[in-house]
Design a protein around this ligand. Sequence first.
Ligand SMILES: Cc1ncc(COP(=O)(O)O)c(C=O)c1O
Length: 477
Amino acid sequence: MLRKLELKSRKLEIDSVDRNEMTARVMNYVNSFYDELPNQPGIFGGDLPEERSIDLDIDSCGKDIESILGDLKRHVDSTGINLPSGKYMGYIPGGGLYGAALGDYLAAVTNRYAGLYYVSPGAVKIENILVRWMADVVGYPESSGGTLTSGGSISNLIAMVTARDALTVDLNQTKKAVIYLTDQTHHSVNKAIHIAGMSDFSVRVVRVDSEYRMDAAHLVQTVQEDIRNGKRPFMVIGTAGTTNTGTVDPLTEIAHIAGENGLWFHIDGAYGGLFNLCPEGREVLQGIELSDSVSLDPHKTLFLPYGTGAILVRDRKKLFSSFNASADYLLDYPDMNSEWSPADLSPELTRHFRGLRLWMPLQLHGTDPFSAAQSEKIRLARYFHDQIQSIDGLESGGYPDLSIVTYRYVPKSGDPNVYNDRLMKAVNASRNAFISSTRLNGNQVLRAAVLNFRTHREHIDLFLETLKEETAKLNCV
Ligand SMILES: Cc1ncc(COP(=O)(O)O)c(C=O)c1O
């Protein structure tokens, strides 16, 4: 019986002949993917018909690699929005660097455990180097620390928990504690407040100015009112690049208000924080270095595949005291703690070696191309903003702080929201670009988020051409 089981279980180890064969077929797939991508649309569309998904079911015998790749091509890589395409300018684009894919491949093959230093000193060292590098990018001091996460939502959650613990808010007094944010704060922050058990805290929505930036004067006023009313101002959340408009809050002013009133200052820089790597970004992100914590997303602004975020905390010890834990079965090498371990700085214990997908492209390319690509995206957004002024019927939002532009169609009569919805769908149906919309002051506005590393001037020009054609059609209605 044991022998029979062994024979079957040994199928899990693929021998070198099959390995080479499978890898070659996967490489063919990858090469076709790259060859086809430039000519593909920004959106494939198409629901998965129920019966087609049968191919994706799991069975007990397994399939050959070619049929698996065929299923992947049919059901996954030819449906929905074409996220890796340079034509994708909806929501918040990422990209998916090949160097990161190589890092993931190696991390999966070697399966290093990146939770505790003594288990995999090299892997943890690399993650700590990356954290330090990002801390340098935003200008955090030596005392800072952090960890790589799966994305901005988890980073924001870690920040909430750290702030809550650091300020030792008396849970019996939580109704007195106040959190300040704006209506442009990403909804993952509200989610984090709930998950962190802070639903009882009061949340004040601070006014924004005409460019959707937090109104610092209103923040001061609200904090003072709360103090007079016996409340306990606790935390302010600024955004370095809002999802709706890419706007950066007045970070330096908020930092001073936070300092004067004992508030923890968290910055949600998931979209915009890492633009600090390029000169155009640094100009608008001044003050980011003054925060107590900052969320960053390499899977957005460093063009990595989805699943790579980071949280940095100005005082690393605060992060450690919220998340470190030990267990009897993990005490074998207590002397090997010359490096901080990710498991002590986040909710995770067993961790994918996700640092390799960031370290590998940074090693391969150096930081210059990243900085250049960021500058290019900001300048493309500004170019787009300037060009749409000349399209009859379109009205642009504010000059972009970073790489998101808002604009809308203003009809001579009728409901503008209906027209903007029509325009967005027409652009997406052209497949020359994929764009999305949002609501500002109750009005639907269109957004162009330029963040995919594959988006260049030719994509913006094609998009502008399409926009011109589709707007002209609306003008004739
Ligand atoms: C400003 C901001 N914060 C947080 C998030 C959430 O990040 P994630 O989707 O990586 O969890 C996003 C996502 O777009 C964002 O734009």
